[in-house]
Design a protein around this ligand. Structure first.
Ligand SMILES: C[C@](O)(CO)[C@H](O)COP(=O)(O)OP(=O)(O)OC[C@H]1O[C@@H](n2ccc(N)nc2=O)[C@H](O)[C@@H]1O
Ligand SMILES: Nc1ncnc2c1ncn2[C@@H]1O[C@H](COP(=O)(O)OP(=O)(O)OP(=O)(O)O)[C@@H](O)[C@H]1O
Length: 299
């Protein structure tokens, strides 16, 4: 019998949507809209470390990172942190006590349309699946994740996936399938730049704006026009990126961050320069797509 693990950490990538077609809201989904989306995990990672604590001492949460957005305020309620919600949900589902120290090293911009909170929740589920020696299959973890938020089931596996329902029904798209080959041929793979902002957008507000103004003509992300109506600089950044060599540029999910796929280093530097000169983004993060979660056994 091997000794129980005492600490596991997971690097979990951010999420974007290569397409995001939005349908009607459903009351049975708490007002969430029906979606048909191609999810793509991108290589900007949060790292969640779960460390076993003495029985009966409860949970603790520590946040690291230089861009914590509204999480930095002392008023940010630890018990509402998505990683803590995931800890309690899996404790409940598996009959374990939540005597775990969670430490999150945040690199994914907050409230950005990159599913940073969902990534942290997924990382917590993956870490505890190991720490508590549950060894549950992905499908079983996805059931727990779907109770926490629409993006969380996808964040458990990353890569590319087709999402339906309110986004929680996931069909993984294997690297050698026709859809992924087509996405790759069209430039939705390899190097990309994330245009990030100090400003955040609240997802419910973007969906509410979508209900008012609908999708933009030809937009593959039906929330793009709504996000830009709330945060115009995202639209300016998309134009600047396309004019300076990006193969694709769009708002990431509910925004405000912008994703620009660039075919080579020359395009990457000219898009970066265009964003700096036009001051249409606050921060630029270079990353690769697709990306997957990485589990590390610490001790
Ligand atoms: C915009 C996307 O990131 C695209 O992947 C997701 O649809 C949002 O996923 P998420 O942030 O995990 O969303 P949740 O935390 O489940 O829901 C937050 C709020 O977003 C809105 N929401 C979310 C998902 C969905 N399919 N329809 C919605 O209208 C609802 O107002 C909901 O109360
Ligand atoms: N671990 C966490 N990381 C980031 N945000 C969190 C976390 N826990 C709770 N939150 C709250 O969730 C809100 C949304 O954060 P998040 O970064 O997930 O937004 P998002 O990237 O727009 O999500 P999505 O793309 O799924 O709509 C934040 O404003 C924050 O208050």
């Amino acid at each position: 019998m091997t000794a129980p693990l005492s600490a596991v950490s997971v690097d979990c990538p951010a999420k974007t949507n290569l397409t995001l077609h939005v349908g009607a809201p459903h009351t049975e989904w708490g007002g969430r809209h029906e979606l048909d989306t191609i999810y793509c995990a991108v290589g900007v990672y949060d790292t969640v470390t779960a460390t076993r604590k003495m029985p009966g001492t409860g949970f603790s949460l520590n946040l690291e990172g230089t861009h914590l957005g509204d999480l930095a305020s002392s008023g940010s309620d630890m018990r509402r942190n998505h990683a803590v919600l995931a800890l309690f949900a899996l404790a409940e589902a598996s009959g374990n006590e939540p005597d775990v120290a969670l430490s999150i090293d945040k690199r994914i911009p907050v409230g950005a349309g990159l599913a940073g909170g969902s990534a942290d929740a997924a990382a917590t589920l993956l870490a505890l699946n190991k720490l508590w020696n549950l060894d549950w299959p992905l499908a079983r973890l996805r059931k727990v994740a779907a109770t926490l938020g629409a993006d969380m089931p996808f964040c458990l596996s990353g890569g590319y996936a087709h999402g339906t329902g309110f986004g929680e029904r996931i069909e993984a798209l294997p690297p050698n399938c026709d859809t992924v080959r087509d996405l790759t041929d069209r430039g939705f793979a390899g190097c990309l730049l994330v245009g990030a902002y100090r400003a955040e957008l609240r997802t419910p507000e973007v969906y509410a704006a979508f209900d008012q103004i609908g999708a933009g003509e030809g937009d593959e992300n039906h929330l793009q026009q709504a996000a830009i109506s709330l945060h115009p600089r995202s639209g300016q950044a998309i134009e600047a990126a396309l004019e300076s060599g990006a193969s694709h540029a769009f708002v990431s999910g509910s925004g405000p961050s912008v994703i620009a796929f660039v075919p080579d280093d020359k395009a990457a530097s000219s898009v970066g320069l265009a964003w700096q000169e036009s001051r249409t983004v606050d921060r630029i993060i270079a990353a690769q797509a697709p990306a997957v979660p990485i589990v590390h056994i610490i001790a």
